[in-house]
Design a protein. Structure first.
Length: 124
């Protein structure tokens, strides 16, 4: 499940991922919220927080994420990934080579610091 967090403001979209992410999480919550920010601000800053109950993605959700990310690789200013399994950090570093933005990973205990970093923007 994806939940839009209260820290979301302006061009910052902070989401909490818990349990298993599904295709509908992407098509009904994540992607519409991102499209709205990109339309209004041209660039989005992202906090993708995987909480302690995060289990992973369904294949269809991964596909939606990959399609949207590739199609909008120039539409992000900062992306931060917080928590998740250890392989997520490795995957984030690889994905970062395809994105035209600043990208960082943080441990789950560093959510506040990660959000502060993602809140910095060329747009402010």
């Amino acid at each position: 499940m994806i939940e839009i967090m209260s820290e979301s403001t302006g061009n910052l979209l902070a989401v909490r991922a818990t349990k298993t992410l599904t295709q509908s999480d992407y098509t009904e919550a994540w992607i519409p919220a991102l499209k709205k920010i990109i339309e209004e601000y041209k660039k989005a800053n992202i906090v993708f927080y995987m909480d302690e109950e995060f289990e992973g993605w369904e294949l269809e959700a991964m596909w939606e994420d990959a399609k949207f990310g590739y199609a909008h690789k120039n539409d992000f200013d900062r992306i931060v990934v917080v928590g998740g399994p250890k392989w997520v950090k490795w995957g984030t570093e690889i994905a970062g080579t395809f994105m035209n933005c600043k990208l960082k990973t943080y441990d789950i205990a560093e959510l506040a610091e990660a959000t502060a970093w993602a809140s910095k923007s060329l747009l402010k």
